[in-house]
Design a protein around this ligand. Structure first.
Ligand SMILES: [Zn+2]
Length: 384
């Protein structure tokens, strides 16, 4: 990445992401960024082309902008959407930090705003993500998202995102003394309504999924979701995704990105009639293993935003005698699994048999799940 004549004043107008680095197939939006994205109600909007001294911006966030990410170059954006969203969401987070923290953010290095070569030294000096220059911090989160090889080195900075107080209600202007705690008016996405505790639980559940898929280092500080001990996961190389791994273990965003072109629009959570909802909650309380990872805590058992299986639709099907509600032994692990009918697009094994699929979704050909243009999604031929 070459640098051109710097123009700090220009960059200061908007925080742009200029570079797209190679985005690994194993890229995903870290749960810490999802939390920020949901809490601030981040919105992607179409922007005008924006030329900065470093090159044309792919996307940008205005100074003090609380929640809008402008897409300035849609074609480039499409090549590395996850990393660009991660970069720009970091700017939204910076814009909503408590005022005194925002004021203390150092200026970008005008010659090399995206240079990460000194960050280990800065960490040793006690700096955190909130006390790095705007672009350096954003590029750390962008690199973490795009490049699994960097995640171990960059993890402490990502952890900082969860340690910072943040208004999950109204934006905090830079001159505020603390964070704003006024209620944010209802806006989609629904995750914005979640309490910090619920968001934390969701982030922990996602971290666990990532860790199990070998994409993220095991997190010691994330509390386990259930009281049951979690068996240690053998370390896997990050690029093992989808080679010999069960695609159902891949992060939900990865599956959604793969499945979005053949999915009906969401939400992917059936609503039950009040009486049946009461029965469902009773059943869920008695069968925690059957709803684990798909619904939130008792007593409401609300569907998790990225649930990969619609357990309420399954429950309803069993009530009305739908044969699809019968659990079948899975070819992958021999355990009883639910029918494809209730898989959501967040599921790596999503097929045209799902109630949420469009006709062009991948279909099973024997033990192989194939896309409509003949690419193998997964091969569940029994192995020894
Ligand atoms: Zn930026």
């Amino acid at each position: 990445m070459g640098t051109q004549t710097p123009n700090y004043a220009d960059l200061a107008k908007q925080h742009g992401s200029i570079y797209s680095i190679h985005e690994s197939d194993a890229s995903f939006l870290p749960p810490e960024i999802m939390r920020i994205k949901n809490a601030v109600g981040a919105e992607l909007v179409k922007g005008q082309p924006y030329a900065s001294a470093y090159g044309d911006a792919i996307a940008s966030v205005g100074v003090n902008e609380p929640n809008k990410i402008e897409i300035n170059n849609p074609a480039k954006f499409a090549k590395g959407a996850a990393q660009t969203i991660a970069h720009e969401t970091t700017h939204l987070w910076q814009n909503q930090l408590p005022g005194p923290i925002q004021k203390a953010i150092p200026l970008d290095n005008p010659n090399h705003p995206y240079d990460l070569s000194n960050i280990d030294q800065l960490r040793a000096q006690g700096r955190t993500l909130a006390t790095l220059p705007h672009e350096q911090a954003a590029f750390i989160v962008q690199s973490y998202t795009a490049d699994p090889a960097q995640r171990k080195r960059l993890q402490p900075w990502i952890d900082d995102l969860n340690k910072t107080p943040l208004s999950v209600e109204m934006p905090t202007p830079p001159n505020a003394k603390g964070i704003i705690s006024q209620i944010r008016p209802p806006t989609p996405p629904i995750q914005a309504y979640q309490s910090p505790a619920e968001l934390k639980t969701q982030a922990a559940a996602l971290q666990q999924k990532f860790a199990q898929s070998g994409l993220a280092p095991q997190e010691k500080h994330i509390p386990p979701i259930t009281a049951k001990p979690i068996s240690p996961i053998p370390a896997q190389p990050a690029n093992a995704l989808n080679k010999h791994a069960n695609p159902e273990d891949q992060p939900p965003q990865v599956s959604l990105a793969f499945n979005k072109n053949w999915s009906k629009p969401g939400p992917y959570a059936a609503k039950l009639a009040p009486q049946e909802e009461t029965e469902f909650r009773k059943w869920a309380a008695a069968n925690p293993q059957s709803v684990k990872g798909e619904v939130g805590p008792a007593p409401n058992f609300d569907p998790l935003p990225m649930a990969d299986y619609d357990v309420r639709a399954h429950f309803h099907a069993s009530k009305i005698g739908d044969p699809a509600a019968t659990l079948v032994p899975n070819k992958w692990d021999g355990k009883l699994h639910g029918n494809d009918k209730f898989k959501t697009p967040y599921n790596g094994g999503f097929s045209n048999e799902s109630m949420y699929a469009l006709p062009n979704a991948p279909r099973w050909v024997g033990n192989r799940l194939m896309t409509h243009d003949g690419k193998l999604v997964t091969d569940e031929t029994p192995r020894k």
